[in-house]
Each structure stands twice: as structure tokens, then as C-alpha cells.
Write a new protein. Structure first.
Length: 210
């Protein structure tokens, strides 16, 4: 019993010692009564699962690459989901996946409402990856749940849409630009220093051959 308890404590301690990913997200949303002012989003062609709710359009933008290595620390995702009901209250779950790694929860949204095939009831997140997102390629998964029952209504991921696959991401700390300071000397002082160093080396070689 003591051995089993010790093993459980070690597993628990190890799980808490793992650094959890940290990110901050702001939400944006349209309403059924708003006018369409933004550019049209690409139409979704495939999705893993859908019921009376489905993903209709999705757009994704990556930004923030301070060290210019092709990996970004900020993502903006906007989607329009439709329903065959007059209205449907839902909430969304966003997760990131790396090959060979467990799924990482990115954000759980507040509740928002879908209105049939309206293009105005879109939902968007703007996320900053702050810490513990290693530099890698990630797949993004989005799931929609019924706000009343918690049932899964729709799911889409990088397996379905290429726009959600192989996202080059890293956290903000890893994306900090590395500054290398190189000191150089020019002019007459630089020439004199170079001549002095050459003379010193010549004298050492002459002493060695004596």
C-alpha cells in the first residue's frame, strides 16, 4: 500500500511539474442584425463531424515573427457556422495539436448564437501564445457544443481543411529577437593595432627559432 501511494504521489508531482502552455485570447463576434462589412471568408469544403450545426466559412491569419524564423506567436481565427434552426446557442473549443503530442487546449469561448445561414453571426478569436509553445508545426481543431446540453455539434481540424494544418507557431518568448553585438575598429587606430599585433607575432616566432 505504501509503495502504491508513493508511486501515485510521484506521478502527481511529475504531472504538476510539466510546464503548462500559457496564452491570452480576446473574442470578437458579429450579430444577426449587423451589416456585412468585412471581406468574404473562404468556404469550408470538409469537416470531421456535423449535426444540425456546421462550419460554413473559416479564415486564419498568423502574425508576430520578431526573429524572422518563419514561426509566429499570434493567430487570428474567424469562422461562420450555420444551423438549420432559427437560432442555436453554442460555445466553441479551440485546441492545438503537435505530431506525437497530446492535444493542447487553447481557448474555450463564451456562449454565442447562430442564426440559420446568416453571414453576420461570425465568431473570432485573437490569441497571443505567451509561454511553453515550442517552435513547431501545429494543427488547429475547432469544436462547437450545444450551450444547453453540452453535446458536440460540429468539429473541424487540419485533417479536414488545409488552412488549419501545419501552422508554424512558437510562443512570444521564443520569438524574441536575438541581438548580437559585433565590435569593429577602423581608421588609423585600427591599422596601428593590426600592425602591432603582426609585429608581436613575428617577434614570438623569431624567439622560438633561436
Amino acid at each position: 500500500m505504501r509503495v502504491l501511494l508513493s508511486a501515485l504521489l510521484l506521478v502527481s508531482a511529475a504531472s504538476f511539474s510539466v510546464e503548462q502552455p500559457i496564452s491570452s485570447t480576446t473574442e470578437q463576434r458579429g450579430t444577426d442584425h449587423a451589416e456585412v462589412t468585412s471581406k468574404p471568408m473562404p468556404v469550408v469544403r470538409a469537416q470531421s463531424y456535423s449535426t444540425d450545426v456546421w462550419f460554413q466559412r473559416i479564415e486564419l491569419e498568423l502574425s508576430g515573427d520578431h526573429n524572422a524564423n518563419g514561426f509566429y506567436h499570434q493567430l487570428y481565427l474567424r469562422f461562420d457556422a450555420d444551423t438549420n434552426r432559427s437560432s442555436k446557442a453554442v460555445w466553441a473549443e479551440f485546441s492545438l495539436n503537435r505530431a506525437g503530442r497530446p492535444e493542447q487546449l487553447l481557448h474555450i469561448s463564451s456562449i454565442f448564437t447562430l442564426y440559420r445561414q446568416s453571414r453576420n453571426d461570425w465568431f473570432a478569436i485573437d490569441t497571443l501564445l505567451e509561454e511553453n509553445y515550442p517552435t513547431d508545426y501545429y494543427d488547429l481543431t475547432i469544436r462547437l457544443y450545444d450551450a444547453s446540453t453540452g453535446w458536440l455539434l460540429a468539429e473541424i481540424s487540419g485533417y479536414d481543411e488545409v488552412i488549419l494544418a501545419d501552422l508554424p507557431l512558437e510562443d512570444y518568448r521564443r520569438d524574441q529577437q536575438v541581438v548580437t553585438v559585433v565590435e569593429s575598429y577602423g581608421g588609423s587606430l585600427g591599422i596601428l593595432a593590426l600592425l602591432g599585433l603582426s609585429l608581436l607575432l613575428w617577434r614570438r616566432q623569431a624567439i622560438r627559432h633561436q
